[in-house]
Design a protein around this ligand. Structure first.
Ligand code: HMG
Ligand code: MG
Length: 295
C-alpha cells in the first residue's frame, strides 16, 4: 500500500545552493527560503554550519539564520558536523540539526576528513549535546547505494552505520543516494533490511533519472518522509558525479496523481524555481517546472 500523507523535507537552500559555483547573495538565499515557506513547506533545511573553507557557498550560514523571518509551524534544520558547528548553530537559535555520516570509508575521508569509525566519535557528543538543548536531530547516511570509488555499497554496511546513528537518539535517518545510482529493487531491499522503516527518510539525487521511481518504491516499503529540492538543484562538492536532487515539483506532481496530500502549492513552487533559475543563469532541470512554465 501507499501512505495517505507524505512529509516533504525541502533541501534546496542547503543541498542546492552548496553546489553552485557562484556564491548566491545572502538576501537571495533568505528570499528563497521565505518563498518556500509561503508555498507551504513545513521543513526547510536552511544551511550548513560546516567549515567555511570546505563549503564557501554556505560560509554566510550565521548571517542567513540571523536574518531569517521564521514562519510559525515551520522547522528550519541546519547541517552540523561537529561541536564547533553545533556551537555556531545554538548561538543562532537553530531549532533542529542534522548530522551527516558516510556509509563508505572513502567518502568519510573526502567529505569529513575522518575514517568510517572515527566519524562516530565526531557525531556522538554533537547528538548528545543537541538533545540536551532540546533540539531534534536528524541523521543522514551518504553513499547508501554506491560510491564513485568503492562501487556498490553492501546493504549490511549501510544498516550498520544507520542503526548506530538511530541508537544515538536521532529521530530520523535519511538514506542518501548521493550519486544517484540506485534503482527501485535495491531501494526495496535496503529499506526492508532496517527494523524501523517508519523512522527512515529517502534522499535521492537524480543523476540517472531514477529518483522518482526510487521514491515510489520507498513509499511502498513504508517510508513517509521524502527529501527533495525545489527546482531540482543540488549536488555534493565532494562527490563530482552527484547532480541535482529529486525536484520537489516532480514529487508533488506524482503524489497529487496518487491522491497523497502534501499541502504544497505547486504553482508557487514553479514560480520560485523560475525566479531562482534566472538568478542562477540556467534553467531548472525539473520536467514539471519546464512543463508548467511554458508559454
Ligand atoms: P577538519 O579539517 O578535520 O576539522 O574538517 P578540524 O576538526 O581538524 O578543525 C580544523 C579547524 O577548523 C579548527 O580551527 C576548527 O575550529 C575549524 P583552528 O583551531 O585550526 O583555527 N572548524 C570549524 N569552523 C567553523 N565551523 C565548523 C568547524 N569545524 C572545524 N563546523 C570538518 C572536518 C567536518 C569540519 C570538514 O570536513 C567539513 O566541514 N566538512 C563538511 C563537508 C560538507 O559540508 N559536505 C556537504 C554536505 S554532505 C552532503 O551534501 C550529502 C547529503 O546531501 C546526503 C547525500 O546526498 O548523500 C547530506
Ligand atoms: Mg544530497
Amino acid at each position: 500500500g501507499l501512505p495517505q500523507q507524505v512529509t516533504i523535507y525541502e533541501v534546496g537552500p542547503r543541498d542546492g545552493l552548496q553546489n553552485e559555483s557562484a556564491v548566491v547573495p545572502v538576501e537571495v538565499k533568505a528570499e528563497f527560503i521565505h518563498r518556500l515557506a509561503d508555498a507551504g513547506h513545513k521543513v526547510i533545511e536552511a544551511t550548513s554550519f560546516v567549515h567555511p573553507d570546505w563549503v564557501p557557498q554556505l560560509a554566510d550560514a550565521g548571517e542567513l539564520l540571523a536574518g531569517l523571518r521564521r514562519k510559525p509551524g515551520v522547522r528550519y534544520p541546519v547541517l552540523v558536523p561537529n561541536l564547533r558547528g553545533l556551537d555556531r548553530a545554538l548561538e543562532l537559535q537553530a531549532d533542529e540539526i542534522a548530522v551527516f555520516a558516510s556509509a563508505t570509508e572513502t567518502f568519510a575521508a573526502k567529505n569529513l576528513n575522518r575514517s568510517l569509525e572515527s566519524q562516530f566519535e565526531m557525531f556522538e557528543p554533537v547528538v548528545a549535546r543537541a538533545l540536551d538543548h532540546g533540539l531534534k536531530v536528524r541523521a543522514y547516511v551518504s553513499m547508501c547505494f554506491g560510491d564513485p570509488w568503492e562501487g556498490p555499497t553492501p546493504i549490511r554496511q549501510v544498516v550498520a552505520v544507520g542503526e548506530r546513528l538511530l541508537g544515538l537518539g536521532c529521530h530520523e535517518l535519511s538514506l542518501g543516494d548521493t550519486i544517484g545510482v540506485g534503482t527501485p529493487g535495491h531501494v526495496t531491499a535496503l529499506i526492508g533490511a532496517f527494523r524501523t522503516p517508519e523512522r527512515l527518510a529517502v534522499h535521492f539525487h537524480d543523476t540517472y533519472g531514477q529518483a522518482l521511481s526510487n521514491t515510489l518504491a520507498a513509499l511502498r516499503a513504508g517510508v513517509t518522509t521524502v527529501d527533495a529540492s525545489t527546482g531540482g538543484i543540488g549536488g555534493c562538492p565532494y562527490a563530482e558525479s552527484a547532480t541535482g536532487n529529486l525536484a520537489t515539483e516532480d514529487l508533488v506532481w506524482m503524489l497529487r496523481g496518487l491522491g497523497i496530500e502534501t499541502g504544497l502549492d505547486l504553482g508557487k513552487l514553479v514560480s520560485t524555481s523560475v525566479w531562482l533559475a534566472e538568478l542562477l543563469g540556467r534553467p531548472s532541470p525539473s520536467r514539471v517546472v519546464q512543463a508548467l512554465s511554458k508559454g
